[in-house]
Design a protein around this ligand. Structure first.
Ligand code: GUN
Ligand code: ZN
Length: 425
């Protein structure tokens, strides 16, 4: 066992933040040998219970749960900042040509190393990740994540139509490859597999049906896709699947909505879509920097809360513009506030932070496993330096309460504030 003394942030079951100004985090193996949080709370209350345990003192630092990115594309590192008039030309002109390079295993391996380094530098300790349609891209990422001991979930993209040579896969083979990857990686250490239809327009009915059959055979495997991001994309999906009630219900019609199914964007929904998210237990990966960059629209937080479906935060790099959870939380605040196209709401800093940690874990069906620092959680955490820049130091020193402290970090923070990311401490 070992312990860390610092300010300590974690979340209660009702999603409110719990903050110990002078806290203690004790980590060590559980009965199965997993490195977990053994105790968390105020230093004064806990210190006497752990005689002989070495305590690392981190004055003026905040220990917080490692961030979880609910939706990111590992092969789109170099696509960040590619301008386009909207999603579909962005995919065609930048994303597909770039992803075609990942048939080269050595290239995929290099990028996987850079990607994981970049996640950790930004304090992201777990992610639900798209690879490319090439199975070797999944192997590259999983191997890299396993080497670092990270809880990573990823999948080979399914796209057997409306995709150029180099990324288009073949229906039968794509399903055989997916099953082989599930068997190789799902539950292998901390790794998990996600069945990954890119989006309905890129998949034939046969491929979606096959994906749904795999999902039924492997009920604890994740599912990830995109939905209702952009108006042109929605019109296209409706045209291709006229029998489905809405774009979202295409996925339901093929058995792809359930607990552990995570849909990126979920912007242009009606209340029936929201009710379908709720009744199936699927979750939204809200991707605000991507939605602002690609001009896709604004996630309706009021609708999500009113109907009550699960949602959490995601970078969606490379549609998204930053790996930084601080930037994503700030963009989510802007998106929430927008009140011209949907009701504007002011998301609290505690809620924004929850959406990127314990809330994201809940969306993944991993509450109590990651995204929090309550006893029993896997000990993935970050050390934040609230004085990392002159302005941050000045502003956080004036914070009169936890909300002011968290908001200062959300608005002014970036990778400079992440001093350390600890995996399975
Ligand atoms: N829809 C289908 N593919 C993609 C992708 O790579 N990024 C985003 N943002 N939307 C998509
Ligand atoms: Zn995406």
């Amino acid at each position: 066992m070992r312990a860390f003394r610092a300010s300590l942030l974690r979340f209660a079951d009702d999603a409110s933040a719990v903050f110990d100004e002078d806290g203690l985090l004790v980590v060590g193996p559980d009965a199965q040998g997993r490195r977990v949080v053994r105790a968390a709370g105020s230093y004064q209350a806990l210190a006497g219970n752990f005689p002989g345990v070495a305590v690392e003192h981190l004055p003026c630092r905040i220990i917080a749960p490692g961030f979880i990115d609910l939706h990111i594309h590992f092969p789109q590192l170099d696509v960040i900042g590619s301008p386009a008039p909207g999603l579909l030309p962005w995919l065609e002109n930048y994303t597909f040509p770039h992803e075609s390079k990942f048939s080269d295993e050595a290239y995929a391996g290099e990028l996987a190393t850079f990607f994981v380094d970049e996640l950790l530098r930004h304090g992201v300790t777990s992610a639900l990740t798209f690879a490319t349609s090439h199975p070797s891209s999944v192997n590259a990422l999983m191997t890299e994540a396993q080497g670092r001991g990270m809880r990573m979930i990823a999948g080979k993209v399914l796209q057997d139509r409306h995709s150029p040579d180099g990324v288009r896969d073949q229906t039968e083979q794509s399903l055989v490859d997916t099953e082989a990857l599930i068997q190789r990686w799902h539950g292998n250490g901390r790794l998990g597999y996600a069945i990954t239809p890119r989006f309905a327009p890129s998949c034939t009915e046969a491929q979606l049906r096959g994906a749904g059959e795999l999902a039924a055979r492997y009920p604890d495997v994740w599912i990830q896709s995109h939905v209702a991001e952009n108006l042109d994309e929605i019109a296209w999906a409706r045209e291709l699947f006229p029998a489905s009630r809405s774009y979202l219900s295409i996925y339901d019609d093929f058995g792809l909505m359930r607990e552990r199914a995570i849909y990126a964007h979920c912007i242009h929904f009606d209340d029936e879509d929201r009710a379908l998210m709720r009744s199936t237990g699927a979750a939204a990966a809200v991707s605000p920097t991507s939605n602002l960059f690609l001009g896709s629209g604004f996630f309706d937080y009021e609708g999500a809360r009113r109907i009550g479906f699960k949602h959490g935060l995601a970078s969606d790099v490379g549609g998204g513009t930053s790996f930084s959870p601080f930037h994503t939380m700030l963009a989510a605040y802007y998106v929430g506030r927008e009140g011209q196209t949907k009701p504007g709401v002011s998301l609290s800093p505690q809620n924004l932070w929850w959406q990127h940690t314990a809330g994201a874990a809940q969306a993944l069906g991993l509450d109590g496993v990651v995204g929090n620092l309550q006893p029993g959680c896997e000990a993935d955490f970050i050390v934040i330096d609230p004085k990392a820049t002159p302005l941050l130091a000045r502003k956080t020193a004036q914070a009169a309460n936890l909300d002011e402290l968290l908001f200062s970090l959300i608005v002014l923070g970036d990778d400079r504030a992440i001093e350390r990311a600890v995996i399975a401490g």
